[in-house]
Design a protein. Structure first.
Length: 255
């Protein structure tokens, strides 16, 4: 069976990529260890990304992520020129049609989602943890793309990066109760392990929501790697509060 993704071993870091998006015109990398995008290590990691991936003098936009559902629109020329990180405020997603800049979101076990319209040449990056999934942040990003950039959902390509698999996303009753209203419409995304624990497939919920908005399942690509199990990825669940780092997805439009 052909996988949706490729795993690339590089001299500075390994990363995952989705060939369908590359071929359609979006450069992107899902990046993990040894880079680390937590504040104490982010500057050095971004310097490596600049040198190995971004175009000359291409600025990189990030946001302060807080498990919300707001999307930042980034315009051509907004970031100026020259390598370096530009922080744009409190959001959990970014969208742009500009080809003179790159976007980045950081993740540990949450889902990094790329939405790309190769017809309109517009893309978004989304940080969708379980709170973001509850708030439908991925679908809100698509709504912004539709209303502000005239995107048609049937043209969209979506990529889900490494994140907690259903088997590794075990929750207790407090989180399960918040998801419970969605169980009737997404029954295959829930499994009760015992009286106190449930497993939830947050990628599966997102896939079905995008399908309902008009994005065919065959245009949704999954890097089916669980961050908790993949030692090349940072994972809060595996490494704990004091030991975890941050992965990143970085992307820009081919010109």
């Amino acid at each position: 069976m052909k996988l949706d993704y490729e795993y690339i071993k590089g001299p500075d870091y390994d990363y995952y990529t989705v060939p369908a998006l590359l071929e359609a015109g979006l450069e992107h990398r899902f990046i993990g260890k040894p880079l680390n995008f937590k504040p104490d290590f982010k500057e050095a990691s971004v310097e490596v990304v600049n040198r190995t991936f971004l175009k000359a003098d291409m600025p990189l936009a990030e946001v302060h992520q807080f498990h919300g559902a707001d999307i930042c629109q980034v315009r051509a020329g907004q970031l100026g020129t020259g390598w370096g990180l530009r922080s744009l405020g409190d959001y959990d997603g970014l969208v742009t049609e500009a080809s003179d800049l790159a976007l980045m979101v950081k993740i540990a076990d949450c889902i990094p989602i790329i939405l790309f319209d190769p017809v309109k040449k517009v893309f978004a990056l989304v940080h969708s943890g379980w709170p973001g999934t509850l708030q439908s942040i991925g679908q809100k990003a698509l709504e912004v793309m539709m209303s502000q950039y005239d995107v048609t959902p049937s043209n969209l390509l979506i990529a889900y990066g490494p994140a907690l698999s259903m088997e590794d996303f075990q929750v207790q009753e407090d989180v399960y109760r918040r998801f419970q209203p969605f169980e009737a419409s997404h029954p295959q995304a829930f499994k009760q392990e015992d009286e106190l624990h449930w497993l939830i497939d947050t990628k599966g919920i997102n896939k079905e929501r995008f399908l309902a908005m008009g994005v065919p399942l065959e245009q949704q690509y999954d890097v089916a790697v669980s961050t908790k199990q993949a030692l090349g990825c940072h994972s809060y669940r595996r490494d704990g509060r004091d030991g975890y780092g941050l992965n990143a997805v970085v992307a820009y439009l081919k010109s």
